[in-house]
Write a protein that binds this ligand. Structure first.
Ligand SMILES: Nc1nc2c(ncn2[C@@H]2O[C@H](COP(=O)(O)OP(=O)(O)OP(=O)(O)O)[C@@H](O)[C@H]2O)c(=O)[nH]1
Ligand SMILES: [Mg+2]
Length: 253
């Protein structure tokens, strides 16, 4: 069994990708299930096999502790930690080959509090990977792109799981624009050139230094363009996951 965490900034397309990747795997006769770890979500584009909302209810927490929605979400992420072992048992019982974990909308709740990495490690001792989402519409500006590189490096530094990077919602950009962003991810010189061309002053200097610092750490950023809406790129994403997790074999033989 492999467990794949889908992480990204709010609204980057985590839940829709969880839905479409799960369906995609099913079409390919792969045994896959979904886990929703977002206690705050109202509508999901899939029916989760395990749903944290059965145990943790934001409205109840707001009432019980007199908190607003954000305070309740913070408390909820700590309460999920207490459920981690039990959820891990439920995951085990499903006997799947792939487990897709949709994480809370506000990424910092999962990635930057102590509870997220704790939960991820408590859930299972099996192989884990992380898919980090760059929102295409946000990333086509080089300043935002570099900020996202920085965020994804910070996420890597928290979990130390094999991490893939996805350019989400690529259906919203013209193909040549998508190709340009993918080029930045594989060619530091192209990124540096666009930073120097499009940015100026302190922004340019900071972005360039940040980019160099990240490349110097040897972090790999090759972006895989995908769309949870049109299913574009899901074949590339699933192959990349197979490569890093099961040596290029299928998850379900
Ligand atoms: N065109 C397009 N829209 C998308 C895609 N993925 C997600 N969306 C839309 O973007 C919005 C947010 O998508 P979600 O899948 O809920 O994103 P999320 O990261 O789970 O959002 P939160 O959990 O609320 O932070 C929804 O309106 C989706 O329909 C995509 O690949 N293409
Ligand atoms: Mg979501």
């Amino acid at each position: 069994m492999v467990v794949i965490f889908i992480i990204g900034t709010a609204g980057s397309g985590k839940s829709l990708l969880t839905a479409s990747l799960n369906e995609w795997l099913h079409v390919g006769k792969q045994k896959s299930v979904t886990v929703n770890l977002d206690p705050g979500v109202l509508h999901l584009p899939y029916k989760p096999d395990i749903d944290i909302r059965n145990e943790i209810k934001i409205n109840q927490i707001m009432d019980e502790y007199g908190l607003g929605p954000n305070g309740a979400l913070v408390l909820a992420s700590d309460l999920i930690a207490e459920e981690a072992k039990r959820i891990g048992g439920e995951i085990e019982d499903l006997q799947s080959d792939v487990v897709l974990v949709d994480t809370p909308g506000q990424m910092e709740l999962f990635a930057f509090r102590a509870s997220g990495p704790y939960i991820a490690n408590e859930l299972t001792n099996e192989q884990k990977a992380l898919v980090y989402m760059f929102d295409a519409v946000f990333s086509f500006n080089p300043l935002n792109y570099v900020s996202n590189m920085f965020l994804s490096s910070a996420v890597y530094n928290r979990f130390f799981f094999p991490q893939l990077h996805v350019l989400s919602k690529c259906d919203l950009l013209p193909p040549e624009e998508t190709a340009r962003i993918v080029e930045w991810s594989s060619n530091p010189d192209a990124l540096e050139a666009v930073i120097e061309e499009k940015l100026s002053g302190t922004r340019m200097l900071l972005s360039r230094d940040m980019m160099h610092a990240i490349y110097n750490l040897g972090l790999e950023f090759q972006l895989i363009p995908v769309s949870g809406k049109t299913n574009e790129g899901l074949i590339d994403l699933s192959s990349a996951l197979e490569r890093i997790l099961v040596g290029g074999e299928k998850f379900t033989m």
